[in-house]
Write a protein that binds this ligand. Structure first.
Ligand SMILES: *Cc1c(COP(=O)(O)O)cnc(C)c1O
Length: 477
């Protein structure tokens, strides 16, 4: 063998790695401490970052300190700070130092956890932490869990399983040959539509069910839609119920929906991507009523459970259906342990899998169930406080019933048309966000342009919610 191959050393030497590692952790520790002082939303225009990046990759390697300084100089100004305690936009994606450290270990091990044999500890830790999560949420012990990258992927798995169940596993063999129907509320997340398209149902077969004044699915309308489809020769395959809609945290009545699914033998999938975490708090768990009847359930620890993106928890009542839907068994992946272990490659879409269970293990052990419950309670209390201010302030109104950690509202001083109100609130939102210390986003509810306040960043305190409220009061004048 030529010497050049043997002598080549890839990557920095161990001392340099150690030093850079210390520097990076120091920098991150400072970042966590100082993020509150940074303008929350990136203040850049489209292309600002792109034009600073060379069009061609470097021919010769560059030292890590140059990269690190470019990261600070070029990348950081284009970052929006999701870990800023004034984060009230969209939904939270909170993290924690413990989760970040575990993620570092995951990256360092670089293990590919597609099957048990490619890292037994990863498979077995995943099995155990998913059992822990199931217990924490009060799920039935019959529900078995697997970690997916996102709720979108988990919902796609549910739609695929439902498709196979409805066709006796024939569509895996020969494609979808009959119109299979999927039902979700009008407030359901866009990932349902995406999943329906990918899974071959066709978008026309996604039937949106009307919602009530609280934006929750009306079960009678669901049953009527199912009945109508059956009468016209179509096959109902799946209902996706939402616990915590993205717009307003609306809760579909799962208990009644489950009874309908049972009656018509339709798969019931629950999308609780954001709200699911609240189920770890016993006094908040009532929205889960009926979940034990579901075939599948997803929630995102990467939203509201201190576990940095990505980590989505998918639970199924009957793993065999999931496995039969997705299993592949080429010769090169067969191992002696196959009969006795969980090979998670068959529990999801992709073959390769990151070791995500590690950060979840670190988070649950570091905070304990009580610590996580305390965080959720705190966030819900803050949202309730904010909702009270909105209700008591003349000229402001709630536009949906406040749920858990989300409040939807608008400024409505009266005597304005809907169109004017939209403009007024758009302007209000922009002014508040431009201050740079809080970030809120909007939605439209029943035709009303609404501002949303979603509490969930780990370090959000009363003073940050107060700040948002003060800015809103100032900006309305
Ligand atoms: C955030 C969210 C999703 C999408 O989650 P991803 O993990 O980003 O795919 C789906 N449904 C609901 C209700 C959500 O809140």
């Amino acid at each position: 063998m030529p010497d050049i191959i043997q002598d080549n050393v890839y990557g920095m030497d161990k001392e340099a790695f150690r030093q850079a590692g210390y520097d990076f952790i120091d920098w991150l520790a400072d970042y966590f401490e100082q993020v509150e002082g940074l303008p929350l939303k990136a203040r850049v225009e489209p292309g600002d970052i792109l034009y600073q990046l060379p069009e061609v990759p470097p021919t010769v390697g560059e030292p890590i300190d140059v990269l690190f300084s470019d990261f600070k100089r070029i990348i950081m100004p284009g970052i929006t700070h999701w870990q800023h305690p004034g984060w009230f936009a969209y939904f939270p994606a909170n993290n924690s130092p413990e989760s970040v450290l575990a993620e570092l270990l995951t990256a360092g091990l670089g293990a590919q956890c597609m099957i048990w044999q490619t890292s037994p500890a990863a498979a077995e830790l995943e099995e155990r932490v998913m059992e822990w999560l199931g217990r924490m949420l009060g799920l039935s012990s019959h529900m078995k869990g697997v970690i997916q990258d996102t709720a979108s992927t988990a919902t796609l798995c549910a739609l695929l399983s439902a498709r196979e169940k409805a066709t006796g596993f024939a569509s895996n063999e020969s494609g979808v040959r009959q119109p299979l129907r999927v039902y979700a509320s009008r407030e359901a997340h866009s990932s349902i539509e995406k999943g329906v398209k990918i899974a071959g149902y066709g978008k026309d077969n996604l039937c949106y069910i009307d919602t009530n004044e609280a934006f929750a699915m009306i079960p009678e309308k669901l049953e009527a839609a199912i009945q109508k489809d059956i009468d016209s020769g179509m096959a109902p395959a799946c209902v996706v119920a939402t616990l915590g809609s993205t717009s307003s945290m609306a809760m579909d009545p799962v208990y009644s929906i489950a009874a309908i699914c049972k009656k018509y033998s339709v798969w019931l999938h629950i999308d609780a991507a954001f709200a699911g975490t609240a189920a770890i708090v016993p006094e908040l768990r009532h929205f889960m009523h009926g979940v034990e009847q579901a075939d599948s359930f997803v929630f995102n620890p990467h939203k509201w459970m201190l576990t940095n993106f990505d980590c989505s928890a998918y639970f199924v009542k009957d793993p065999e259906t999931l496995i039969q839907t997705l299993s592949i068994n080429p010769e090169y992946l067969k191992t002696a342990a196959d009969g006795q272990v969980k090979n998670y490659r068959d529990w999801g879409i992709q073959l390769g899998r990151r070791f995500r269970a590690l950060k979840l293990w670190f988070v649950i052990r570091s905070y304990g169930v009580e610590g996580l419950q305390q965080m959720v309670r705190g966030h819900v209390d803050l949202a309730r406080q904010f909702a009270t201010w909105v209700e008591e302030e003349p000229g402001f109104e709630l536009t949906a019933p406040p749920q858990l950690s989300l409040v939807c509202f608008r400024y409505n001083p009266g005597t304005h048309s809907e169109e004017e109100l939209t403009q007024i609130n758009k302007q209000l939102l922009e002014t508040v966000n431009d201050a740079g210390s809080v970030y809120l986003t909007h939605t439209v509810l029943n035709g009303k342009y609404s501002i949303r306040l979603a509490v969930g960043q780990a370090n959000t305190k009363l003073k940050h919610v107060k700040k948002a409220w003060e800015l809103l009061l100032e900006a309305r004048r």
